[in-house]
Design a protein around this ligand. Structure first.
Ligand code: PGA
Ligand code: ZN
Length: 425
């Protein structure tokens, strides 16, 4: 008879993400009785240095199929992992990394490896009879602030805004559930304000459920509308603003300039614009303010702006790039996206390295998301203090709904990160 924690089967399959593109779902069975299942997310606004996402090419699903990755799971990874103890997360991740043998998981696919890695963690937690967040850390208790992407631009929307996400954070709420309620009230109110001033097509939403006001080009107009909604509800002391600029996506490599609000501007002009934003708005966090190789620019902004500066495309949840960032003082927070690196243990290494160097950690979705909820458990398991997963539609709200369950499960032990979201304790 198999031991209680022995992996007895691993099975990958092709499913759809929220944009109806194919992605992977992986089942890991323990002792033929307990199932751990995980879905893999996919990015659109991806960093150049992310681990390799294996797609089939050809005609099927316009080349986006993942049958090769499914095959790699079922024929190459499964035989190696079956028979192992499901609690040996790090050893099993290492085994898959070695089986792949490339720097960026190009052979088996980071999507294939990550799917198995996450399903192993889920299966281990289930076989121990505990929630995933508790399996990650027995001391998990901090509920993150939700970073709500209320107005969308860049690659994630058909709007004319160059910055990708114009976010609000309910830092003054007393609990996570209160934060969600206040955040959604602002979302509804903002809808009314935008429809009145920018037309009803504003209510078409981008990939993450945020509004897309036609004709709006200036991020200050997005902030003004958000602040108006916040003020109308009497919440001006409870919210701060934040941004994901995703600047690599409006950077012109050939000229070293940025195309912003219809003009080519220099790096210095863009940096001055951030200074102006920080002095005129309650802006507390900026993600990817500059293109993904500008470590020195990220360092200068971290030194001078005195707010949170997050590296997403800059760090790609890769400890080597984060190490370089810490040496240079580039940014002061890590965007944590497990599929950028392709295994749970490597992503956890990056988070731990960030914490040890007093960097913040924002746990993040991808634009191509599924109904799976492990992201919520990781945010609490890391005591990260911040999560971003869009604002509306079930692939986003499923994470918030899971966090509401966790808050209830933790009861009086739960602590909302609130204003201390950068270094919660
Ligand atoms: P992505 O976008 O998931 O498409 O990469 C989100 C982000 O840039 O943070
Ligand atoms: Zn980003």
């Amino acid at each position: 008879m198999a031991n209680k924690f022995e992996i007895t089967a691993v099975k990958g399959r092709e499913i759809l993400d929220c944009r109806s593109y194919p992605t992977l779902q992986v089942d890991v069975w323990v002792n033929d009785a307990v199932l751990g299942r995980a879905n893999v997310p996919c990015g659109r606004s991806t960093g150049t240095n992310e681990a390799y996402e294996l797609r089939d090419g050809g005609k099927r699903y316009s080349g986006f199929g993942v049958r090769k990755a499914v095959d790699n799971i079922n024929r190459i990874i499964a035989p190696e992992v079956v028979g192992e103890d499901v609690r040996n997360q790090r050893k099993l991740d290492q085994l898959m990394i070695e089986l792949d043998g490339t720097e960026n998981k190009a052979k088996l696919g980071a999507n294939a490896i990550l799917g198995v890695s996450l399903a192993i963690a889920q299966a281990a937690a289930s076989s121990l009879g505990i929630s995933l967040y508790k399996y990650i850390d027995v001391n998990a208790h901090i509920l993150p602030v939700p970073v709500l992407d209320l107005i969308e631009g860049g690659k994630l929307a058909a709007s004319e805004l160059d910055f990708q996400e114009h976010q609000v954070i309910p830092v003054g709420a007393k609990s996570f559930s209160e934060a969600i309620r206040m955040g959604m009230e602002v979302y509804y109110e903002l809808g009314n304000i935008l429809a009145e001033k920018w037309g009803k097509h504003s209510l078409n939403v981008g990939v993450e459920g945020g509004y897309t006001p036609p004709g709006m080009k200036d991020p200050r107009e997005a902030f003004d509308a958000e602040l108006l909604a916040i003020q109308k509800l009497g919440y001006e002391d409870e919210f701060v603003l934040s941004l994901d600029c995703a600047a690599s996506h409006f950077y012109i490599r050939e000229t070293g300039k940025y195309v912003f609000m219809g003009k080519e501007i220099t790096r210095k002009e863009l940096m001055d614009f951030y200074k102006e934003l920080v002095s005129s708005y309650p802006l507390q966090s900026i993600e990817d303010p500059l293109q993904e190789e500008d470590f020195d620019g990220f360092a200068e902004l971290a030194r001078t702006l005195n707010i949170q500066i997050i590296g997403d495309d800059l760090f790609v949840t890769n400890i080597n790039r984060l190490r370089k960032g810490v040496e240079k003082g580039a940014a002061n927070a890590l965007l944590f996206k497990v599929n950028q690196i392709g295994s749970l243990s490597e992503a956890l290494d990056a988070a731990q390295f960030a914490f040890r160097n007093s960097y913040g950690v924002q746990v993040s979705e991808r634009s191509g998301q599924t109904e799976d909820t492990w992201l919520a458990d990781l945010a609490v398991g890391l005591n990260a203090g911040q999560i971003k997963t869009g604002v509306a539609r079930s692939e986003r709200t499923s994470k918030y709904n899971r966090l509401l369950q966790i808050e209830e499960e933790l009861g009086s032990a739960a602590k909302y990160a609130g204003r201390e979201f950068r270094q919660p304790f």
